[in-house]
Write a new protein. Structure first.
Length: 140
């Protein structure tokens, strides 16, 4: 099972405060442990929402909304992609993580859909297309 592990933003991350050397060192050790165990597939930190935009869809209309975005607690400051056997295992790995922020913080865990989750609507033709696209991605 694959999970997206979302590090929720805080006032500090939204202000662009960079982590201390101590936190960077601790997170580096944690990431090494994840990679050695074959759990981590990807992971990155994100710039504050002030440097981002949102694109709103309304029928055929598209509008661009510049950051920053008001609800800090709803924003994401970074992420990992984990591959583990279960949600419980993912939770155990996240509980081992150093606090990713200088103050109180929160990490959200969301399972990533797999082809099997889409049922009959995900036809053999669509599955073949998905496989071709994933192969192209892995070539890069």
């Amino acid at each position: 099972m694959r999970f997206m592990v979302l590090v929720k933003a805080t006032a500090e991350s939204e202000a662009g405060e960079m982590p201390s050397e101590e936190l960077l060192t601790a997170m580096g050790r944690y990431n090494e442990e994840l990679i050695a165990a074959g759990v981590m597939q990807a992971g990155e930190g994100l710039h504050p929402s002030a440097k981002g935009v949102r694109v709103r869809f309304a029928g055929e209309q598209r509008s661009v909304i510049d950051g920053p975005f008001a609800e800090t607690k709803e924003l994401v400051a970074g992420y990992w992609i984990f591959e583990v056997a279960s949600l419980a295992e993912c939770v155990e790995w996240v509980k081992r993580c150093p606090n990713p922020m200088p103050s109180e913080s929160e990490i959200e865990i969301r399972q990533i859909y797999s082809a099997e989750d889409f049922g009959e609507e995900f036809t053999p033709q669509l599955r073949a297309q998905e496989e071709r696209l994933r192969e192209k991605l892995s070539e890069k």
